[in-house]
Design a protein around this ligand. Structure first.
Ligand code: GLC
Length: 761
């Protein structure tokens, strides 16, 4: 190969350029081809002659999974021990950005301690359907919750000098056909629901890397999606970091680089030749130099941290993981049963294998090797008084769901009969929640349901503790005395649940997703999981509570729900800000006798939109910790953008002018105050063109005066000639203006021309 004039050649060295741009310009085209794919499974390519080191990147998202063995492949077991924090679904239930930032800092410290440049998380895809196989790795069904909490994680991680990777851009909402099935979604839905978390995180937390998804979006591979990567992510949101592919999702590296991707992962030397060939085209070369520059920027951003790894404090992180798990534990139901009194002379029946062998994380690339693991049974034994007798029975088996051994169930029921307190630990088995497959059923395993049936037939005060990464059928729950959803609580979750049961900590969680009555109630269910390579997002923006609440569907437990061990009274004020946003001021009084954290949720009920909007949308939230008898005040600031919908007509975010109602609630179904407001709007509207109908012109305050002027009638006067007849107007009013100009009814070509010039934008 003969390098073209002006291009660096391998022999040239000279002084090392100082800026990353100059360094990128000094790379040969062979080096450019090499650095745009990985060095092995978990690292980038070094360019030794310029001192550009190889960077290690590893999973994520709720703990570091650094393979101890062979980096040229993928193994799930035996990663270097790291703190397994609660999974995203648990963390998100805390609705607490400060806590997530703290967890992010700990993740960042462990990443740095291992000499890893980037941890592959947070995962911020929307939980579109309850059976999504990776829901446990994702934060919420709501884009505001996912965005605010994802930004907090990203900020925390990067505060330690290492990068995060926000994933997966975009619409990786199912595992079935995850590499082959196109997520087919209209632009409004894409922007309002699926891109919104990414947008917020990019703008607020400035992540150093973003990972594209495995799946195509609207028929285009995410790794090659120019509109997503170049126009929206970089162009509109100002992302200045590196875009890497999900593992094994680049089909054409040249096309991917041209579309804005910087790094194909893992290593793919096989495509270097194609990249080299394309690099001989002058138009392609600057694009690839930009990608190399972004890689060098990442090297520079992580250089200080990697030169000074600093050991992580695993004990402190275990304590944080325990606190975070309690904060994300959702008390769904409590008929006066919880908290337990640990000092009372009593007999507690602990039933269910999951009390002994906790389920605490999901399977797949996120699978961490924990530094330690707390089982609820051990922790309970440790924390109750000596005079409390704990009787444990496994009650069911895991893995095999054929009807269980009757004597195992009978032993559990026998223990339950004579106990003062009965706690049943149930949940999904490991193999039902794994990356790569969606869940096959909504219900808990049959042996566990048999246990719940038998216990609730005996008594009404059974405490049920759930461990699962995504919603399950809750039809049994009304018969329980209390239901505690821990999700997948990480390595310290076993201690956290005991803290909550004993009232040492409050159950801090609120649902970040709706628990539907039936899986078939899910708005995404009708086309789930797609067919012939397409998953049609036909429910549009009506995802989760946006659908259930708009259509007034009964649910098992609504979005935002979660009980505490105390109670609050609240009051609210709200006003429109000068910039068209809203400030809500809330006062929360704790009228119980325990400290507690209230989560105030603000929903917008839009009155004036020109498009169909959900009955309400979450636009802000705030957690407020209140001591017994005390009152605290908290503010929620809502930016105009959070009140906007995406208008296809305007190609922009529109905040309509007019009335709306701000609802303040303790869940999407428990609104305790409403405030009527009048929004100024942001003035953005779609243009009126000759392809709009006469009726559309007449209905528009910009168009009507122009039509009247053209027809020579004053405001309020009847339209001239046959147009005065409402039935004629109904008929011809549906005609586009350009065709109406041929009807000889008062507007001709030249009048049309003038109208188009006169109509305000
Ligand atoms: C996987 C996942 C992604 C992960 C990566 C590396 O296929 O989809 O989340 O970070 O590969 O393990």
């Amino acid at each position: 190969m003969t390098p073209s004039v002006g291009r660096p050649t391998p022999g040239e060295a000279g002084p090392r350029p100082t800026s990353s741009r100059d360094l990128a310009d000094a790379l040969t085209i062979e080096e450019l081809a090499a650095v745009t794919s990985g060095g092995d499974f978990w690292s980038t390519q070094a360019v030794e002659r310029w001192g550009i080191p190889s960077l290690t990147v590893t999973d994520g998202p709720h703990g570091l999974r650094k393979q101890a063995a062979d980096p040229s492949t993928i193994t799930l077991a035996g990663a270097v021990p790291a703190t397994c924090f609660p999974t995203a679904v648990t963390l998100a239930s805390s609705w607490n950005p400060d806590l997530l930032e703290e967890v992010g800092q700990a993740l960042g410290s462990e990443t740095r301690a291992e000499g890893v440049a980037v941890i592959l998380g947070p995962g911020v895809n929307i939980q579109r359907h309850p059976l999504g196989g990776r829901n446990f790795e994702y934060l919420s069904e709501d884009p505001l919750v996912a965005g605010i909490l994802g930004a907090a994680l990203a900020r925390g991680i990067q505060s330690r000098g290492v990068g995060c990777s926000v994933k997966h851009l975009a619409c990786n909402n199912q595992e079935t056909g995850r590499t082959t099935t196109s997520s087919d979604v209209d632009e409004r839905t894409l922007r309002e629901i699926y891109l919104a978390p990414f947008e917020r995180i990019v703008r607020d937390a400035r992540p150093w890397t973003v990972m594209t998804a495995n799946n195509p979006v609207n028929g285009v591979y995410s790794s090659q999606h120019r509109e997503l990567i170049t126009s929206i992510l970089r162009g509109e949101w100002g992302f200045d970091g590196l875009v890497l592919s999900d593992w094994g999702s680049v089909y054409d590296r040249v096309a991917a680089l041209e579309s804005g991707l910087d790094l194909e992962m893992p290593a793919n030397a096989a495509s270097d030749a194609a990249v080299l060939e394309a690099l001989r085209e002058s138009a392609f070369e600057p694009v690839v130099r930009e990608s190399a520059r972004r890689l060098i920027d990442l090297v520079e951003r992580t250089r200080t941290a990697l030169a000074d790894p600093q050991p992580a404090d695993f004990d402190a992180h275990h304590d944080l993981a325990r606190r975070a798990a309690a904060a994300g534990t959702v008390l769904l139901r409590n008929e006066g049963v919880l908290p337990l009194d640990p000092s009372k002379d009593s007999r507690i029946a602990v039933l269910g294998l999951l009390a002994e062998r906790p389920r605490y994380q999901g399977a797949g690339s996120s699978q961490v090797t924990p530094t330690r693991l707390d089982a609820p049974l051990d922790e309970l034994r440790r924390l109750v008084d000596e005079n409390v007798d704990i009787a444990y029975e496994p009650a069911y088996s895991l893995g095999d769901d054929t009807p269980g051994d009757a004597s195992v169930l009978a032993a559990a029921v026998e223990v339950a009969r004579s106990a003062d307190t009965v706690i049943a630990f149930v949940g999904l088995p490991d193999d039902e929640e794994a990356e790569g497959v969606d869940r096959a059923r909504f219900a808990l395993p049959e042996q566990q349901l048999a246990l719940l049936r038998a216990l609730t037939a005996e008594r009404t005060d059974v405490i049920v503790v759930l461990a699962n990464g995504s919603p399950v059928d809750m039809s049994w729950s009304a018969a329980a005395g209390a239901v505690v959803e821990t999700w997948l609580g990480g390595q310290a979750g076993g201690g956290a649940i005991v803290d909550v049961l004993l009232g040492i900590r409050e159950p801090g969680g609120r649902l970040a997703q709706t628990l539907p009555l039936r899986v078939s109630d899910s708005p995404a269910h009708v086309g789930w999981p797609g067919e012939e390579g397409h998953a049609r997002y036909g429910e549009g923006v009506f995802v989760g509570y946006r659908y259930y609440d708009t259509l007034e569907r009964d649910v098992a437990y609504p979005f935002g729900h979660g009980l505490t061990y105390t109670s609050f009274t609240r009051s609210a004020r709200a006003e429109v800000r000068a910039d068209g946003g809203i400030t809500a001021t809330l006062s929360v009084r704790n009228i119980g006798d325990r400290a507690g954290r209230d989560v105030v949720q603000a929903y917008a009920r839009h009155g004036a939109a020109s498009v169909r909007r959900p009955v309400h949308e979450l636009v802000g939230f705030a957690g407020v910790a209140v001591e017994p008898g005390a009152e605290e005040t908290v503010r929620i600031e809502i930016d105009p953008r959070d009140l906007a919908h995406w208008s296809l007509a305007a190609g922009d975010w529109v905040v309509p002018r007019g009335p709306m109602v701000l609802e303040l609630g303790a869940s999407s179904r428990d609104i305790w105050a409403t405030v009527e407001l009048d929004l100024p709007g942001n003035g953005v509207r779609g243009p009126l063109t000759k392809f709009h109908t006469l009726n559309e012109w007449l209905a528009d305050d910009r168009g009507e005066p122009v039509v009247r002027a053209a027809l020579g009638v004053a405001a309020g006067d009847p339209l001239p000639g046959p147009l005065a007849d409402p039935n004629v107007l109904k008929l011809v009013g549906t005609t586009t203006l350009v065709k109406f100009a041929h009807f000889g009814m008062g507007i001709d070509e030249s009048a049309l021309h003038r109208m188009l010039e006169d109509v305000p934008a």
